[in-house]
Design a protein. Structure first.
Length: 255
């Protein structure tokens, strides 16, 4: 199955996720009879710190991503995510030639297509993952960043068959980042994550590979201790924009 993926996610983290304990994503595929995999103490401690930060802090990060299959680029994009528990979200996204804005103030969720000067609104879902998942479902893509957040939960909880290993330190965009590989016992999905070598090990880079889909690479930049205003998560339509039904909104997956 060909999986289309977003950076976000996002997180990745889109989107993805996103980023909350009460909104886990799908875990790595594992065999029914899998034994608990051996995750090193170093890897477990790092993922525990990452999980704690994601669960208890507002988040502001930017990501660029590209998806490839058999060495050929499928599409690329970028996104800027602002997230605050439990369900406030702003994501400014570029997917191929298209741009979108997704905003949830906790009561109303808006999906806007600035190029078409159209937007649609609905009741805000209860969690960030659900809000961004609604958008990705409408556009027909998958957020490997959000999926990776579920993987973080799986590593921390010691889920059967999930194994995280560390393999040294690399320089990613001028940052010293530790390289971790997370797999399930069946090996269908693999996440390679470079986490910054600091007390708070935020993502520097994420690579996702599947046996039945394309590979996706995300690079990340984070804003520490972000400050949000009263209007950060409020959508104000630009002059001339039309409110339409979600089925009328022109949402196109990247080609």
């Amino acid at each position: 199955m060909l999986q289309r993926s977003l950076l976000y996610p996002i997180a990745a983290w889109a989107l993805a996720t996103a980023c909350l304990a009460e909104e886990p994503s799908a875990p790595v595929k594992v065999a029914d009879n899998a034994k608990t995999a051996a995750t090193s103490n170093e890897a477990l401690a790092t993922f525990q710190r990452l999980s704690a930060y994601l669960q208890s802090n507002p988040l502001d990060f930017e990501t660029t991503f590209n998806a490839t299959s058999d060495g050929n680029e499928l599409y690329r994009g970028a996104g800027h995510f602002l997230l605050r528990r439990p369900n406030q979200l702003r994501a400014d996204l570029t997917l191929g030639q298209n741009t979108y804005v997704v905003v949830s103030d906790g009561t109303v969720m808006t999906i806007a297509n600035p190029q078409q000067k159209q937007y649609s609104q609905t009741n805000a879902p209860a969690t960030i993952s659900a809000a961004f998942g609604f958008f990705t479902g409408e556009i027909g893509i998958d957020s490997q960043v959000l999926n990776f957040l579920g993987v973080v939960d799986a590593v921390v909880s010691g889920s059967d068959g999930v194994k995280a290993t560390v393999s040294g330190t690399e320089n990613i965009g001028g940052r010293q980042c530790e390289k971790f590989t997370v797999t399930g016992s069946m090996g269908d999905d693999t996440w390679i994550a470079w986490l910054e070598k600091k007390d708070t090990p935020l993502l520097c880079k994420l690579v996702y590979r599947s046996v039945d889909g394309p590979a996706q690479t995300n690079d990340f930049r984070w804003t520490a201790s972000p400050t949000f205003t009263a209007t950060t998560f409020v959508y104000t339509p630009p002059e001339g924009a039309n409110k339409v039904d979600i089925g009328t909104l022109d949402l196109a997956a990247p080609e």
